[in-house]
Design a protein around this ligand. Structure first.
Ligand code: HEC
Ligand code: HEC
Ligand code: HEC
Ligand code: HEC
Length: 215
């Protein structure tokens, strides 16, 4: 065989192989494949509103903010006294609906670490700075400096809006839109279902229990 015939034979061989592959691919594509029904994700997973309403958002929405109106009930002339039990836990009277769980050691279990004893409708930081109810994030920052710096740098607390401020404002959530100041643990969220995997499994379960089928 000379070189020309060898080349022609190789090319014919390749053409036959490719034609066979084309037939395989085409017929495979035509075969019925089971299709996943495309299920709807529970709207709960698509809701981007923060987990809590704080003083500012309640006020903006014109909700009842009488809980924040301390002098509706308290007298400006009388100082509030705190009572503690034998083990040093605060005994709540009127405000017993407040769950107090601020950090694992309940280290901030003292109302006047944050509220101003002499002006109940304000906060007072450990350094004596007084702040309004709208400035609660700065109150948090007075003890949680590191997290506060992260928050200012948009690394903590889900900042949204625009990076390029020429295009629009950035939206930063207050600490109290996520953390209850008295019971700070962020509430657990139900996991959303995994992405539509295109694999031949029945995702009915996924839609209801939100579990990924790789688990
Ligand atoms: C609906 C009425 C009402 C409102 C509003 C209210 N308080 Fe009270 N608070 C009371 C009563 C009643 C007591 C128990 C009697 C007492 O110690 O003076 C109390 C007690 C307290 C105590 C002592 C701990 C306890 O629960 O016994 C603190 C601290 C306190 N209040 C802070 C505040 C602050 C701060 C505000 C505003 C953000 C506020 N309160 C708003 C009625 C109220
Ligand atoms: C770690 C700081 C901190 C401590 C300690 C603290 N609070 Fe508060 N409290 C806040 C902040 C911040 C708000 C306002 C949050 C908001 O904007 O929703 C608030 C809101 C309130 C309100 C009005 C809203 C509501 O939940 O009824 C009352 C009443 C109140 N605190 C009472 C108390 C009492 C009584 C204590 C002591 C048992 C206490 N707080 C301890 C930070 C604190
Ligand atoms: C007076 C100081 C003080 C202020 C003000 C304060 N905290 Fe704390 N916070 C503490 C301490 C102390 C702990 C417990 C830290 C520990 O035990 O490791 C704590 C714990 C926490 C934790 C839990 C951290 C963990 O590791 O579990 C969160 C979340 C938190 N604070 C959020 C807030 C928010 C939000 C505010 C503002 C409303 C706030 N704190 C205001 C002192 C403060
Ligand atoms: C968008 C919601 C969101 C906002 C806003 C937010 N946090 Fe958090 N924070 C979380 C979540 C979620 C965690 C982790 C879960 C947990 O520990 O409860 C967390 C954890 C923390 C912790 C535990 C230690 C750490 O750094 O991981 C502290 C302290 C804390 N936050 C303080 C703050 C303070 C102070 C602010 C405001 C300056 C703030 N957070 C704003 C959601 C938020």
């Amino acid at each position: 065989m000379n070189d020309e015939t060898k080349k022609a034979a190789a090319l014919t061989g390749a053409a036959v192989v490719f034609a066979a592959l084309a037939v395989v691919f085409l017929t495979a594509g035509m075969r019925e494949r089971p299709q996943h029904p495309i299920f709807l994700v529970d709207p709960v997973h698509l809701d981007t509103s923060p987990v809590r309403m704080n003083y500012d958002t309640l006020t903006d929405a014109r909700y009842d903010t009488s809980d924040y109106d301390c002098y509706l009930c308290h007298s400006r002339a009388e100082r509030v006294e705190l009572q503690f039990d034998d083990v040093g836990d605060l005994i709540l009277k009127e405000h017993d609906y407040i769950t107090f769980a601020h950090g694992p050691a309940r280290a901030a279990n003292y109302c006047f670490n944050c509220h101003n004893r002499d002006r109940l409708d304000q906060f007072r930081t450990q350094y004596g700075r007084t702040l309004s109810f709208s400035q609660s994030s700065e109150l948090c920052g007075s003890c949680h400096g590191v997290t506060y710096r992260d928050w200012v740098a948009d690394a903590h607390g889900r900042t949204s809006g625009y990076w390029n401020l020429a295009m629009g404002d950035r939206k930063r959530l207050d600490c109290t839109q996520c953390h209850d100041p008295h019971d700070t643990r962020f509430p657990s969220l139900a996991p959303a279902p995994g992405p539509h995997s295109m694999r031949d499994r029945i995702p009915a379960q996924l839609a209801t229990d939100g579990r990924n089928d790789d688990e």
